[in-house]
Ligand binder design. Structure first.
Ligand SMILES: NC(=O)c1ccc[n+]([C@@H]2O[C@H](COP(=O)([O-])OP(=O)(O)OC[C@H]3O[C@@H](n4cnc5c(N)ncnc54)[C@H](OP(=O)(O)O)[C@@H]3O)[C@@H](O)[C@H]2O)c1
Length: 117
């Protein structure tokens, strides 16, 4: 069972530390080349593996740790998300109800990520 964290900011790095504390391998990805955050990943631990986004999203379980406005771009990284487990840690702070389409955040982003919206 492979895991990846998409987004390596405050929350992505906090998640990565939790994986590292337990010695669990996890890929991490942002919009940038993995080399640009390799030293930050290495500082957390040897089980934190920087990858390109397209590679990281091949994991069985994907932790979504980007700002809400970026989730649509992440959704485009795969032709379909059907069958994949997504742990969505984003929240709607500062996001207007209009942008959420009147739905709860989790439902809105999960539907979009799975190509259902
Ligand atoms: N559940 C909770 O308890 C909790 C608590 C606080 C915050 N949050 C939520 O967690 C999310 C992340 O917050 P944060 O403070 O960690 O944000 P942040 O520090 O701004 O980090 C966002 C990360 O996402 C990456 N990113 C942006 N666009 C991307 C894309 N299209 N593909 C891949 N990576 C992308 C950014 O990297 P680059 O821009 O370099 O590519 C950056 O590493 C937010 O939605 C926030 O509301 C949740």
């Amino acid at each position: 069972m492979s895991c990846a964290i998409v987004g390596f900011g405050n929350i992505g790095q906090a998640l990565a530390k939790a994986f590292a504390r337990n010695g669990i391998e996890v890929s991490v990805a942002t919009t940038r080349d993995p080399e640009s955050f390799a030293s930050a990943a290495a500082a957390i631990g040897p089980t934190i593996i920087p990858k390109k986004l397209a590679e990281a999203v091949k994991a069985d379980i994907v932790f979504l740790a980007v700002r809400f406005e970026s989730h649509r771009d992440v959704a485009k990284a795969l032709p379909t998300w059907q069958g994949k487990s997504i742990v969505d840690v984003t929240n709607a702070y500062g996001v207007s109800p209009e942008e959420l389409g009147g739905q709860a955040l989790a439902r809105a982003s999960q539907m979009e990520a799975s190509g259902l919206a």
